[in-house]
Ligand binder design. Sequence first.
Ligand SMILES: *[C@@H]1O[C@H](CO)[C@@H](O)[C@H](O)[C@H]1NC(C)=O
Length: 286
Amino acid sequence: MLFLHAALVAVAAGRGSGDNPTDGFEKVELADGDFMVQSPYNVPESQRFRYRDGVRTFWVYKTDMPFNTAIHTNPRSEAMIRGHEYSSGVWQFEGDGYVPAGTSGASVMQIHTAGEGSAAHETVLMLHVYDGVLRFYNGAAVQRSIYDRWFQLNIVHDVAASTVAVYVDGRRSRAVHKASGAFLNSLCSTMTQQRLTDLAIIALESGLLDKIEYEDIIEEFISRNTKRMKLFKASVFAGTALRRRFGASVIPGESYYFKFGVYMQHQDQSSCMESRWANVTLYTKQ
Ligand SMILES: *[C@@H]1O[C@H](CO)[C@@H](O)[C@H](O)[C@H]1NC(C)=O
């Protein structure tokens, strides 16, 4: 629990103080080629993505195809930041984002896992938009009114501490997401994933963190049901248990990258989903 304590202290110190989230970080140089766009395979990229005057605009329709024929995921138009995958240290995404009114049921930002040790569909963070509210997955609200304005988004991922802090317009979100293990986003039911996400958030929000071993609760929850056990064995269970025993940095092949744009989710989808991004910058500190 030592790492978690350190993370909470940092949260308390940063809250409300108006600190610049990038203080103490080093900028990572990004080239245009480091942004790899994934868009529906059956239409030209230019019909779902535009890069003009420094603004990347992503949009998809509810009826669109996945980004290639080998997968059956929901439609997306997203850019992944490639060539800067990380497996240790503290990494920060910064960008100016814009979500036009009407867009709903879409993820606009993800921290995705990469590498051999991970299943293809794991994330440690997704920010979804439902009816103008930016949320952690389908759960806690990060920002209650997100439509039709530029907002600055900063996301700080501390790999060793397994924490993700989200700032909107320089203000740290009250809800803090504990990136405990990895949450599946489409291999198994959204409901199960959501319960786990909520559990992690509740643990932090209620200040119970040093009183309960909530990772044990998650493991207990999984182990009571054989199907859950199978689904989660290779991901959450292994991730959480290994991380606790050996520390995050030694999980073989586990690394992360940021991606942003629009990725349709499983409820309340609008017929068209769109987000725009400018000034995307990556920072790190070891
Ligand atoms: C991008 O950054 C520049 C310089 O800070 C700023 O003037 C501009 O408004 C930003 N763009 C958006 C869309 O926020």
